[in-house]
Design a protein around this ligand. Structure first.
Ligand code: SF4
Length: 307
């Protein structure tokens, strides 16, 4: 975490240095409260880093999560923050462009997108405000999607449940074996489905365990458990008395703990050459994922034949 936040700070400072080349008076604000309630009732947020340099406003947001790759392009949260920042600085500077950067170190993702202030305000007036007013009145449509994981209503939301259960209703055509396209379609829905199912199970268990909730057709039982020593000193004494002396196991500190013990620099000097980061386990991801595709066995074989 320390390394990732250092990287973020360095990125912000480099961006500030770049801005200062164009505008020596460029300013940096961190943890700035941003109020966009004139477009979204009660709407406000906190901008991680804001750089104001004459005609350009740059907002940088650190995303520490790694579950979902977050893109800057037309990112509504960033656009809202940009509006909040314009509320403060628009009267003081002649801002023409807003750039927004998502810095997501655990996905090696730095995504930047720019929009003119005119286009941003047009979106705010003609798209954002009408939708926000509708939502604030409890009207409008539900749109389940990847963003649901951040919603407080996610576990019990009917629209999300229906979207996830759609998978179970997929009406596959004959022949009896799923086609490649159908498997591709199912794969695209499984992550959300598994996540939603896990969240619902956790929610139901928590309710039954801590609030005495009775779910129709379900009951609480004791799960499987593993044996444990009740008193380790007594175990050592009893084992020794029975003639068993070689009962301890020594293990090497894991890499993270060793690095903490030695400090980063010493660790790199002393053990750097002894550390190897093996290739990650192959995993299937959507084509939109930024990681380069691995060659599979068939591709390798074809390339071998072509050689
Ligand atoms: S869980 Fe429901 S209410 Fe929340 S964002 Fe998703 S669709 Fe909207």
């Amino acid at each position: 975490m320390d390394g990732h936040t250092d990287g973020y700070v360095q990125y912000v400072l480099e961006t500030l240095a770049e801005a200062k080349k164009r505008c020596p008076d460029a300013i940096l604000l961190i943890e700035q409260r941003l109020d966009f309630s004139c477009w979204v009732p009660d709407g406000f947020g906190t901008g991680d880093a804001l750089i104001v340099a004459d005609d350009e406003l740059h907002i940088i947001d650190l995303k520490y999560g790694q579950g979902i790759v977050v893109e800057a392009e037309r990112n509504p949260q960033m656009m809202l923050y940009a509006l909040g920042a314009l509320n403060i600085f628009d009267g003081l500077y002649d801002i023409r462009t807003v750039s927004m950067t998502i810095y997501q170190p655990r996905r090696e993702n730095i995504s930047t997108w720019s929009i003119s202030v005119a286009d941003l305000k047009d979106w705010a007036e003609n798209t954002l405000k009408p939708l926000a007013d509708l939502a604030f009145e409890g009207k409008g449509d539900y749109h389940p999607g990847a963003w649901c994981v951040f919603c407080k209503a996610a576990v019990r939301c009917r629209a999300r449940a229906e979207a996830n259960l759609e998978l179970a209703k997929l009406d596959f055509a004959l022949p009896p074996l799923l086609t490649d396209a159908e498997i591709g379609e199912v794969l695209g829905k499984l992550d959300d489905l598994i996540k939603w199912a896990d969240e619902l199970k956790t929610y139901a268990l928590d309710g039954a365990l801590h609030q005495g909730k009775q779910w129709p057709g379900w009951k609480l039982v004791e799960g499987r458990s593993v044996r444990k020593y009740t008193d380790e000193d007594a175990v050592i004494a009893a084992a020794n008395a029975a003639g068993y002396k070689d009962i301890f196991r020594k293990t090497l500190l894991p890499i993270g703990e060793m690095e903490k013990l030695m400090g980063k620099q010493t660790f790199a000097e002393v053990l750097g050459s002894c550390v190897h980061k093996p290739a990650g386990k192959p995993t299937l991801v959507p084509e939109s994922d930024k990681r380069p595709a691995l060659n599979n066995v068939k591709t390798d074989f074809n390339e071998f034949q072509e050689d």
